[in-house]
Write a new protein. Structure first.
Length: 199
């Protein structure tokens, strides 16, 4: 994914939210869309208030189960209206949020004989993580530990808390951990220029 892709995907996300909030319509990808946007990819759409930068919604598909363009449309609408942590976004608020799209690589299982092995296989600033433990599941995108100033162990503790687990649950034998990478594209201002963000 390059800057041109980021521009297309972020603009698509904003259009999807705007159309849905205005009329309830779910847009479709353009008919002449590049074939790479029809490949199945994992993706997340994140909304932040501007200029404060507070999280306003984040929803996505960790697994590559939908064509990328469709996944962006669905994730954008859900981030704006379906994140249970926030009230639905109003159309008037759309001009006050910055949209970020993260395109994911397929998650891969991290195998560790001892819990500390995980720490050597997680690179802060490169990897996002998914944790599974019985009925609990949580995900943090690659940009999160950098935004929070976390090291690898703090990243794992934060991931556990996101999943509703004790901070040390990543050390349990029945825990499964997956890592993935992401290309992050974000508006600099609401509806403004789109840039690729370093993680």
């Amino acid at each position: 994914m390059d800057a041109t892709d980021g521009e297309f995907l972020v603009r698509l996300a904003r259009k999807a939210i705007g159309e849905y909030l205005a009329s309830g319509a779910v847009i479709r990808p353009p008919k002449d869309v590049n074939a790479k946007y029809l490949e199945k990819r994992g993706v997340f759409v994140t909304l932040h208030t501007h200029p404060a930068g507070r999280l306003r919604g984040c929803i996505g598909f960790p697994e590559p189960i939908k064509p990328l363009a469709t996944a962006v449309i669905d994730s954008a609408i859900s981030a704006a209206t379906g994140d249970p942590r926030f009230p639905p976004l109003s159309l008037s608020e759309l001009s006050d949020v910055v949209i970020e799209v993260t395109v994911l690589t397929p998650p891969e299982r991290v195998i560790a004989r001892e819990p500390d092995d995980y720490l050597r296989q997680i690179e802060v600033g490169r990897h996002g993580l998914i944790i599974e433990n019985r009925v609990h599941r949580g995900l943090l995108l690659p940009q999160v530990p950098g935004e929070q100033g976390w090291n690898s162990e703090e990243f794992l503790a934060g991931l556990c808390m996101k999943a509703g687990l004790p901070e040390s649950a990543w050390k349990e034998r029945n825990t499964r951990l997956y890592r993935f990478e992401g290309a992050v594209f974000s508006e600099t201002t609401p509806g403004g220029a789109v840039v690729e963000k370093g993680i």
